[in-house]
Design a protein around this ligand. Sequence first.
Ligand SMILES: Nc1ncnc2c1ncn2[C@@H]1O[C@H](COP(=O)(O)OP(=O)(O)OP(=O)(O)O)[C@@H](O)[C@H]1O
Ligand SMILES: [Mg+2]
Length: 591
Amino acid sequence: MIDIQALRRLLGDIWSVVGSRYGLYLCLLALTGLMEGVTLASVVPLLAAIGIGEGGSGVGGVVSQTVLGLLSWLGLGVSVPAIAGVILSSLFLSTVFFLAQAYVGISLQTSYVSQWQKRLLRGIFAAKWGLFLKTRNGDLINSVVTETQRLGGAFYQTGLLLTGLLHSAIYMALAAMLSGLTTLGVIAGGAFLFLVTRPLIQRAYRIGFGISHENAELQVKLGEFVGSAKLLKATATENAAVGALNGIVKRLQKHILANAFDAQLVKGIFDFGAAAMVASILVISRSVLDIDAAVILVILAIFVRLIPKLTGLQQSLQSLTSSLPAVANLNEIVRTIEAEVEVSRTGPLPDALSDGPLAVSLQNIAVSHDTVQVISNLSIAIPAGACIALVGRSGAGKSTLVDAMLGLVPASAGSVSVNGINLNELPLYGLRQRIGYMGQETMLYNTTIRGNILWSQPHHSDEAVMAAAASAAADAFISQSPHGLDTMIGDRGGRLSGGERQRLGLARALLGNPGLLVLDEAASALDAETDAAVTRALELLKGKVTMIVISHRLSSVRMADYIYVLDKGQIVESGTWDELKGSTGQFSRLL
Ligand SMILES: Nc1ncnc2c1ncn2[C@@H]1O[C@H](COP(=O)(O)OP(=O)(O)OP(=O)(O)O)[C@@H](O)[C@H]1O
Ligand SMILES: [Mg+2]
């Protein structure tokens, strides 16, 4: 049966997100049902007034009495126009309430979805870098794009379910006032139909899980394949990719088909059951119970409206059940990302750090990835304005060391400090705004050259952009590009050469003379001449900007004031170029 706990969690969540406005929504739902009920109830005296059935005080009991009482309270006699007027007014009111309920419902639903999306977006980007290493990007994207929409669907179905319940209760109460026995019969028939369609609800939950899973798979795999389209084309493996994606699409189609058909199956069963019930009511009411013709007509009218509501009730129960896995999934993702929130001081950077080069010091730090220790007991002190080079074999821990300096990965022991202040005491956000960073993989966005260079510091002028580009030896190719700084560079900069991409990344890192410049293999794709030009530009920054350069290139290493050789997460050699150039240790084998 339906997962009551999950449903209760959903309702609790809806209440906590949209708040008391949900109460207003429920009131409007009740009012719509009530007005529909009044409309139907007024039909008994109307029929009597036009000569169908006996009417009067004995028939239709409380319902007729109420309508007649209402008429006399309004000072109107029992006439066809008066009763028709009551019916029309209640219909009008019912339409107004319906529209108000629809508007409130839709605006609450969209607000519920967008609040969830905002919460996810905030959570994802407030998380530590570590989250992105252990979570599939596609799962995060799927949660924001697809699962929240399914949550919106669940919200909608919750509304339908509550409307269905309320309206059915009102109709049944009305019918019970007209004929208790007939109503009891209908309740029994309805319960039987619910029992018959129960297995479909259980199936809906399983199908819902399938839909959640396959949507996430599609997002994850499609993201990977589109991102690696060049490799797929070059190695003629696109068919394998399409095959894998088609497999997911096929499974998704199977689940969606089953879900949609089950909804129709429910409708079919209820429709047929309802027809059987209506026929029985007619026969039993007239020949066995000998009920007044007007009352029978109204009871029938009530049931004709009630039965689609019962069908809708079961259908929304089924749809809601198939959306509940999305609720569970989103709660799980939010729990994961919010547990990974990056904790740091807030507020502005201390004055001493807000200008000029930064001094960085690592004291006996250790860093682990999962359970493997990658850096152990390592100490380095980089004076403000110094340029140091980090060299070492692939996998020695150079990038990890830089990640620890930026607070991207935590040090499990020891401490990192900037200008003598422990990193834990500093607002990371403010500090990182003072860092020019060029990671080992050049990250570019599908926007203009200017947009990419200005990414982290959008307030700079075109002159500053071109000055940074000149330092990165990127000015010539930018000027030759068809639209200069306005040239679009494609996804991840795919319309540029490898070296051009690197120089653009470098220009971004250099913009606005950062307090600390981190260059992780920033020149690996450059030819010797361009590399020499970049090195000359970097040399001009010495003293003004603290630089950490990770490189295997002689030119970059020679430029450094001090060189650290890393191996297996420890410093194995260090010194100036002159001190190390005669080394017989690892340094001599690296360059
Ligand atoms: N996210 C991660 N999870 C687990 N292990 C990792 C992770 N990142 C790096 N490692 C491991 O940590 C070690 C150091 O990696 P790091 O990237 O710091 O090396 P590196 O010196 O920068 O190498 P390269 O010159 O190849 O870039 C490697 O053994 C690597 O496999
Ligand atoms: Mg590296």
